[in-house]
Structures are given as structure tokens and as C-alpha cells.
Design a protein around this ligand. Structure first.
Ligand code: UDP
Length: 403
């Protein structure tokens, strides 16, 4: 793991000095972070980066997981989709399954934090254990138009927290508690984002039998319908009528996402007739993700809904031209025609990909603008600062705190 001072050349000395000052003020407080998976997906990614840095700064931060069986994660995935606005039939039995596992976790999970920081809906009911400590709920989902049945159910828990955190202004909801807007971030020095030698990139392409000679279009995502992998294949097929290119769809699995295997089958089926489509089931391997992103001519994120889209952040940080849907947190990262191209449809995505493949100078410019936009707004150092201010604000509830 990188040390805090290694970020100075990237963000400047004064930002690191600020972090140390804030950390000093949190001395003696224990921050307990809780979510449902240690690998797979953006939440685990962020915690993996942030927890060691907070600890190095001297903030006593620990990370715990709740437990859940297949049925529980099927229900929470259904909730996740419904909160993202996808039509789902939510039954009373789903709430019963959720509550049954929640009751077990309430019994089993040891709560010791001065500040308990709960991520997403899966562990939300732990708030029943609230005593005099501070509880914050961190929502990573695009809840701009949630299914009201699920939102209403969760709201009963959220209202018991001291504060809630959302990733984008459009996600905030009417709630009786303080709300904060904090966007996610990437770690520029992690294995996923650090500079790597060309030989490593070449070796990864060789491992997966991908030719370096044809421009590569890539989407890195869990195999999830909301990431629209079939739409990406369709867009690529339209591009390849005019441009020589190849497609990589690379994704791993997350234990809290039971739909993955089925979607992967559909993706394999839709791509079986084209040897230039590479479906990669990546083991958790950040260097390989890094290499594939760096090897790409264009990165795509054609999500139907997206909490934030860390894959977009990762690609922009690598100065890659990105084509991504105008949903969720993506427009915070991509200013259309400045730091990437936004799209609204398969046709729009294929048009934008063609434009980037055919105008390398324009593509390079968008990528470079994207990198600076990420440097200024979406690196882990900004995120650490805002989280520490958030934790401090928990002890100053009578003041309004703007981050
Ligand atoms: N990711 C990965 N391997 C994969 C698929 C995804 O390491 O096979 C990472 C990806 O690089 C990113 C995170 O998982 O860091 C996904 O975060 P994002 O916000 O894009 O989507 P989420 O999965 O949280 O919906």
C-alpha cells in the first residue's frame, strides 16, 4: 500500500497537510465501517483503498462484514435493482427474508465504533443496535427514482441514523436527518490505477490471447443487466461494420450479486459468433484490470443505471477516451465533448465510439481533460478529507456543515 506522503507529487503538499490536521482531531475515536462484501464492486474497492490510509493517518478505522446466504443476497440484489428504478416485483416474503438475516446480524455483529459507518442497504438494519454512538448511512446507489415500496421500507431504518451520505445531488431524498453529498474516488497509487510498464500490458494481452494490433474497445463491469453488456455488444457490432476493432467485456463476480452467472451466459451466447469479442471472467486482479484499461483505445460504460461508475474514473485517470451513459454519477465525471462522450442509446454509443476511433487527436484531448478532471475532483485524498469532516460533523450536529 502507498504511504500518505507518496500522494504529495500527485495532489500537492497542502492537501496532505490538511489531511493530517483533520486526522489529529479524530484521535481517540474508533470508526467502524460495515458492508456486505470484501471484494467485488465499487464499495469494496473504495474501502480497500481508504481504510489503510485512514489508519496510517492515525484514525482508528476498522472494517467489518455482515453475513448473508444466497436467499438474502437475492433479495438485496432485487432491492438494489428496484432502488435503481428497475421494475421488480417485491413481495412481503422478500422483506421477511431481509429481516430474518438482519436479525441474525444484529445478534452476531459486534458494534464497538464511536462512529458506525454503514454502506448500502444490506447492513442497514444494524442501526437497531444504536446507543449513544453516531451512525451514518452511506448510500452508493442512484436513488433518484427509487421503487417506493423498497425506499419506504428502508426509510424506517435510515431515519434512525444521525446522517446519510449520497454520491450525487440528484440522489438526495426527503429525510428527517442530515444529508451530505460526497462523491466516491479512486486511489491513483493502487495496483488498479498506478503506472505500469508496457511489458505488463503486453503480457496481460498475451495471456488472454488478445491481439495488440487491432484497436480495443473495453467495458470492465460485473455481469449485471444494469451495466448493459448486451447493449455494448450491439454497439460494438455496429462499429465494426465500419472500423477494424475488437471488444473486451471483462468482469468478475461479487458474492452479494447472485445474478452474475446468468447474465454471463447471455453475454457468451450473444458473442459466440465473433472471435473478436473477448469475454474475460477476471479473478480479482487489479493489475490485469489496469493493463486492460491501458491497452484500450476506447473505454465504454454503457450502464442503464449507475451509482457513480468507478470504472469511468479509473479510465479517465489513465487519460483514456470514454463513452458512457448519461446516468447516475457518470455526468459528474464526464462533461460531454470535454472529458469524454455521453450517450443515451446503442446508436449513440456506436456513433461516439466511431468518432473516437476515427479522430485520435480528439480522443487524446478528451482523455487528457478527463485525467485533470479526476485529479481535481475524484482522487482518494479529496474523499478522505470529506469523510473526516463528516465524522467530525457528527459531533457538531447543531451547526450546519457544508463539505
Ligand atoms: N472491477 C474489477 N474487476 C472486475 C469488474 C469490476 O476489479 O472484473 C472493479 C472496477 O475496476 C471498479 C469496481 O470493480 O473499481 C466497480 O465499481 P463501479 O462503481 O464501476 O460499479 P459497481 O460494481 O459498484 O456497480
Amino acid at each position: 500500500m502507498a504511504k500518505v506522503e507518496e500522494y504529495i507529487p500527485i495532489v500537492g503538499q497542502s492537501i496532505i497537510d490538511d489531511l493530517r490536521l483533520l486526522a489529529e482531531k479524530l484521535k481517540g475515536k474508533v470508526i467502524q465501517q460495515i458492508n456486505s462484501t470484501s471484494v467485488g464492486g465499487g464499495v469494496a474497492e473504495i474501502l480497500t483503498n481508504m481504510v489503510p490510509l485512514l489508519r496510517e493517518l492515525g484514525v482508528d478505522t476498522r472494517w467489518d462484514l455482515i453475513k448473508g446466504g444466497e436467499q438474502f443476497f437475492q433479495v438485496t440484489k432485487k432491492f438494489h435493482n428496484a432502488l435503481h428504478g428497475r421494475s421488480e416485483e417485491i413481495l412481503q416474503s422478500d422483506f421477511d427474508v431481509f429481516m430474518e438475516t438482519s436479525r441474525e446480524n444484529i445478534k452476531e455483529v459486534n458494534i464497538y465504533g464511536d462512529i458506525v459507518f454503514i454502506h448500502d442497504p444490506q447492513p442497514i438494519a444494524l442501526v437497531e443496535k444504536k446507543t449513544t454512538n453516531k451512525w451514518i448511512w452511506r448510500c452508493h446507489i442512484d436513488v433518484s427514482s427509487p421503487n417506493q415500496k423498497v425506499w419506504g421500507f428502508l426509510k424506517n431504518f435510515i431515519s434512525k441514523y444521525d446522517a446519510a451520505v449520497f454520491s450525487a445531488p440528484s440522489f438526495s431524498q426527503k429525510l428527517p436527518i442530515h444529508q451530505f453529498l460526497i462523491s466516491p474516488s479512486i486511489d491513483p497509487l493502487s495496483d488498479k490505477n498506478k503506472e505500469i510498464p508496457q511489458e505488463t500490458i503486453d503480457a496481460v494481452l498475451k495471456k488472454y490471447r488478445i491481439s495488440p494490433d487491432k484497436p480495443i474497445i473495453t467495458q470492465i463491469s460485473r455481469f449485471d443487466r444494469l451495466k448493459d453488456p448486451l447493449g455494448v455488444i450491439e454497439a460494438y457490432k455496429r462499429v465494426r461494420k465500419y472500423n477494424i476493432c475488437q471488444l473486451i467485456l471483462a468482469g468478475g463476480t461479487a458474492i452479494d450479486d447472485p445474478e452474475g452467472a446468468k447474465v454471463l451466459e447471455e453475454v457468451k451466447e450473444a458473442s459466440s459468433d465473433d472471435p473478436d469479442i473477448h469475454i474475460l471472467l477476471l479473478p480479482q486482479n487489479d493489475i490485469e484490470v489496469n493493463a486492460l484499461q491501458r491497452a484500450s483505445a476506447v473505454i465504454v460504460q454503457k450502464s442503464i443505471r449507475e451509482g457513480f461508475g468507478l470504472t469511468v474514473t479509473e479510465a479517465l485517470w489513465k487519460a483514456k477516451p470514454v463513452v458512457a451513459s448519461n446516468v447516475g454519477g457518470i455526468p459528474l465525471q464526464i462533461k460531454h465533448k470535454y472529458s469524454g462522450l455521453l450517450c443515451h442509446s446503442i446508436e449513440g454509443a456506436s456513433f461516439a465510439i466511431k468518432q473516437l476511433l476515427n479522430s485520435p487527436e480528439y480522443a487524446t484531448k478528451l482523455g487528457l481533460n478527463g485525467r485533470e478532471h479526476i485529479r481535481n475532483n475524484f482522487l482518494v485524498t479529496r474523499h478522505l478529507r470529506e469523510y473526516m469532516l463528516l465524522f467530525l460533523s457528527a459531533y457538531h450536529t447543531e451547526d450546519i456543515v457544508y463539505l
